[in-house]
Design a protein around this ligand. Structure first.
Ligand SMILES: *Cc1c(COP(=O)(O)O)cnc(C)c1O
Length: 217
């Protein structure tokens, strides 16, 4: 599917569900994709991208930022504390704040660097063992802890279990955000981004539907 088709589907779903036009932004998740596919999407005018690994992003985005104005980059994969500094220098948003140690590290670096990307707390809505994110029951306390450290939490992010109805997870994330006064919701991927728009996503993270299947070698 082309970029323009995805954007159109988002606009259609916004209209169908009474969302304000343009209230959902598309994060094009470019991890593992060959550079020419990424450049093709940049040449179509898209500027908001997601990567899941700091190292991989560091290898491609500084050059691309030199060549294209207005690039915004989101980290959508887990962040190790020893990569936090590099992540804060490279990304405009970190969507995967998920534990006190990481929050404390980011708070310290924020002081030191004098700037901080937008921050999202990742919530493990499906309470899956193998998945990152705070448990739904711990989310309010963790958000409060981040705020006590001087961090602004702009959004929440989730990745629903593959075998469950994603809308229930999107609705849960929206509920947690609402009761904590948080505006941004990053939810929905290639297979379910329209459902996420219907549940109030302000960011959808779409990879393979834009770029084609990822080839790992
Ligand atoms: C890879 C990835 C995506 C995009 O997945 P697709 O199914 O290819 O759209 C979205 N979010 C996260 C966190 C990812 O790691």
């Amino acid at each position: 599917m082309a970029l323009s088709d995805i954007l159109q589907k988002i606009r259609d779903e916004e209209a169908r569900t009474g969302r304000a036009p343009g209230s959902t932004r598309l994060v094009a998740v470019s991890k593992v994709q060959p550079l020419e596919r990424v450049i093709d999407v940049l040449d179509q005018g898209h500027r908001l991208f997601g990567e899941n690994k700091v190292q991989e992003a560091a290898g491609k985005w500084p050059d691309l930022r030199d060549r294209y104005d207005g690039i915004e980059l989101h980290l959508v994969g887990p962040l190790q504390t020893n990569k936090a500094r590099q992540a804060m220098e490279l990304f405009d948003a970190i969507e995967t704040i998920d534990r006190p140690k990481l929050a404390r590290t980011i708070a310290r670096l924020k002081e030191e660097l004098g700037h901080c990307p937008k921050l999202f707390v990742q919530v493990n809505t499906g309470e899956e063992e193998q998945k990152a994110g705070v448990l739904p029951a711990d989310a309010d306390a963790f958000i409060a802890e981040c705020r006590d450290l001087g961090l602004e939490i702009d959004g929440l992010m989730c990745i629903p279990p593959v075998d469950e109805e994603p809308s229930l997870h999107f609705a849960l994330l929206a509920k947690i955000a609402a009761r904590n006064g948080i505006d941004d919701l990053s939810m929905g991927m290639s297979g379910d981004f329209e459902k996420a728009v219907a549940q109030g996503a302000t960011y959808v993270r779409v990879g393979s539907a834009i770029f084609g299947e990822r080839v790992y070698d």
